[in-house]
Design a protein around this ligand. Sequence first.
Ligand code: NAX
Ligand code: ADP
Ligand code: MG
Length: 269
Amino acid sequence: MKTISSVTIPKREQESHKGDYGRILLIGGNANLGGAIMLAARACVFSGSGLITVSTHSSNFAALHSRCPEAMVSDITDLKKLSKLIEQSDCILIGPGLGLDFKGNNTLTFLFQNIQPHQTLIIDGDAITILSKLKHTLPECEIIFTPHQKEWERLSNIPIEEQTYEKNKEAVKALNATVVLKKHGTELFFRDHEYKLSIGTPAMATGGMGDTLAGMITSFVGQFDLEEAVINATYIHSYIGEKLSKDMYIVPPSKLIDEIPYAMKSFES
Ligand SMILES: NC(=O)C1=CN([C@@H]2O[C@H](COP(=O)(O)OP(=O)(O)OC[C@H]3O[C@@H](n4cnc5c(N)ncnc54)[C@H](O)[C@@H]3O)[C@@H](O)[C@H]2O)[C@@H](O)CC1
Ligand SMILES: Nc1ncnc2c1ncn2[C@@H]1O[C@H](COP(=O)(O)OP(=O)(O)O)[C@@H](O)[C@H]1O
Ligand SMILES: [Mg+2]
């Protein structure tokens, strides 16, 4: 497994506009877990996405507008609106703070029925846990899963202590998707090759850190080639975490998000 040692972020074209940097839909945040989708949304904004809509529980609207005025909002229970938003998006993230009740199940099922093959879907957090139970057939689009080890255990049926390279690779092949297996030394599984991160720190073991990465990956996928996007987002997330941890005992995800555009600039080529 190759180690990622550095990344480059392409310079932006002079003749470009927000429509060129991804139309993003983020789905998640129930009445209790709104913070997760807000972190994903802020990470998306700070990673450079052009247009972001957040489909979430309506009780999150005010907080989302206040923390992240760049994002638009939509009621997650309004399926007519959700279907229109799905149709208009390039990249869709589902999962952060989605919740595990019937509403989360229904939203995931509705998305699977409506997403089109040309779109890219990022499946994180509760959406992975729900899918592991419902065992839906995956839609025909490009899919990126971003599980931590427990979520990967649920999805792959491989207990954490048995998650070896060979077993993981076989499970990824069966899924026919990209998998970002989050842990100390995160592993990236693409269809025919894999990478490992040698950076990252336990100072990043804070709630919301994975929601932040999910937002970064979704944003980068809207701007760059899929493989480059996943590698760059994962590397820069840990790079910032490690950098901040030189002066901070723990790294709050909100602080990491503030640093994303500066880190992207430092890797610009
Ligand atoms: N502010 C918020 O609203 C937050 C909402 N969150 C949301 O809460 C939902 C549940 O996610 P959780 O991950 O907390 O719950 P899960 O129940 O899915 O997973 C947590 C369990 O997995 C275990 N585990 C084993 N290996 C792990 C690893 N490498 N990394 C992380 N956990 C590991 C933990 O010990 C814990 O028991 C998600 O939708 C998530 O997006 C969390 O992200 C926390 C912050
Ligand atoms: N000890 C660690 N070393 C390196 N990275 C870590 C460590 N602990 C957590 N992380 C990173 O933090 C993120 C945690 O993701 P996740 O568990 O999904 O968080 P949440 O769901 O609370 O947002 C992952 O990117 C993971 O790699
Ligand atoms: Mg998570």
